[in-house]
Design a protein around this ligand. Sequence first.
Ligand code: FE2
Ligand code: FE2
Length: 689
Amino acid sequence: MSFDLFQDENAIIADAAALLERRDASVDDLRTGLQTLLTGYEKLFKGTQKIMRMSDRSEQKVKQAHTQIQQQQAALTLAHQQLEHHAVALEDTVRARTADLVRAQEKLQKLVELGISMAAERDIDTLLENILLGGKALTHADAGTLYLIKEDSLKFTIVRTDSLGIAMGGAGKQPVFLPSVPLTKPDGTPNHQNVATHAALTGQTIVVDDAYDSNEFDFSGVRQFDRGTGYRSRSFLTVPLKPRQGKVIGVLQLINAIDPDTGKAVPFAADLVTFVEALSAQAAITLDNQLLLKAQKDLFDSFVRLIASAIDAKSPYTGGHCERVPTLARLLAQSVCAVDHGPFADFTMTEDEHREMHIASWLHDCGKVTTPEYVVDKATKLESIYNRIHEIRMRFEVLHRDAEIACLKGILADWHDREHLQQELEVQQALLQEEFAFIARCNIGGEAMQPADKERIRQIAQRTWQRHFDDRLGLSHAELKRRRNAQSSPFGIELLLSDRTDHIVARERDAHSRDTAMGIRMPAPKHLYNMGEVYNLCIDRGTLTHEERYTINEHVVQTLAMLEQLPFPDGMTRVPEFAGAHHETMTGTGYPRQLTREQMSIPARIMAIADVFEALTATDRPYKEPKTLSQAIRIMSFMKKDGHIDPDLFDIFLTTGVYQQYAKTFLDPAQIDKVDIAQYVTTAPVAAI
Ligand SMILES: [Fe+2]
Ligand SMILES: [Fe+2]
């Protein structure tokens, strides 16, 4: 039934009422109206019946719905109760899981931190210590040992037992004096009885909850240790240090995991084992890399020393120079770093910078490998491969005999003239003796040559002798090449001393373009060598010609050329600069680049001082008496005055006592005399190191 139906009925009733009130309504009108009213009522009655029927059905439905709702409510209540129960359980689980996750995250964070710190650590002792301490921290272990494999044994490298206050090995600690554990038994079979060697041999992690209950491994040594110390070794976690796909290089052993709540030793938890294995894997890679780097570094250092010792061994004239200069340079550098006032108050050097300078010191004269020995060792003016005075003496012998032969021939020709001829011979031979003695004296080079001396050599050189043999026979290819343009004759008149074209050795390599490219300001002589006899005998001072002096000095150019070709890694790129400046001065008068003080680094200036002092005081040079301390320092004080060495560094060299420290090790006691440094020092004295 609709609401509209009632509206219709109301309208019918309203119409009927209106009809009854109408005065003019007819009977038919009333009949019709009544009929309409009846029809309306019938319709209303049917509608009412329909409503009642519908109402009955609705009541049933409502009842059903109510029942359903009640059932659902009960189910919901039950579900709610179950849900509440689950929620409580879930919360506990989540809480527990969260705690686990937090712990794991902390361990993971610790692991990452350890990984970063290990990767950054360059000192192997510190690295090894960090590995052990990291493992202990991860597991709350009271004790631990880090072994490294050395010569078929496990060597105790770091040992810690916190509760006993034991700390051996690692940075700054006393070394471990425990005997190594052999990887093999005396019969040569693998040692699987010891838990650490077993881990090393198999590459497997071993977890032992209580050593005293273990039947698998021999813990008798542990028991013995415990008896001696009162310690109780219980849980052991033994993990091999094995780089990825590499062989085991060591073993990390952690002892007695401590429960943070009870403080008692407990077994190592399984999740901790995983973390320690992760730490060990990371540590093994880092350690392996470090050991590899160290091995390469050691090899590099050995090569450097090999080169230096080859130079030192090459000539007694350089002795142990290349070996001693690094020690002296390091002593001075350390002193300069320690000084806290004056011009070097702020100067410091890192360990890497010390090493850079140390390598440069070892290699500073490496160019000498190219210097011909006869030049380095040239002890007389006529020396080339050998001392040519013998050749010249032989010519005097020839002249001596020629004079005698001439005399005898004269006597044969005229017997009456024999006395006169013999007197002449004696005069002649005495002159020859005297002239040779003069030449021989000049050859030594002990005194400066005066112009008159040189003139006399030229005069003596004009003597002639008869050659009867071909002077081209038996010559080397190089000698023949040098004589290519010379006059040739199997016989001839020879000068006693000569400067021939074949005495000239041409400079074949283009030194000029090399020097220009390297900034070398050391003009090369036209010829490589000049062996001229007169030329050599007329050397003003010493025994070296201009060409030979250049060759000697050229060693530093060769040093630079050699070192600048080497691909030095970061932190060592200044090795050529330090090594190549040890003959420079403060005023630009040195070689090979004529640098000034401002253009030289402090390490380079330090090396220049070390180079001079070693050379002055060396006791193993055959050509000179070693200077005493006071003599050497006096000479160096003149060098300071002349701007040849750094004055401030020289002052530190004196005031910190570096010269004394060096002298104690390397000088003969007879050389060590009293030095009054006050007269040489410009700056205020500083405390000795
Ligand atoms: Fe040098
Ligand atoms: Fe040197």
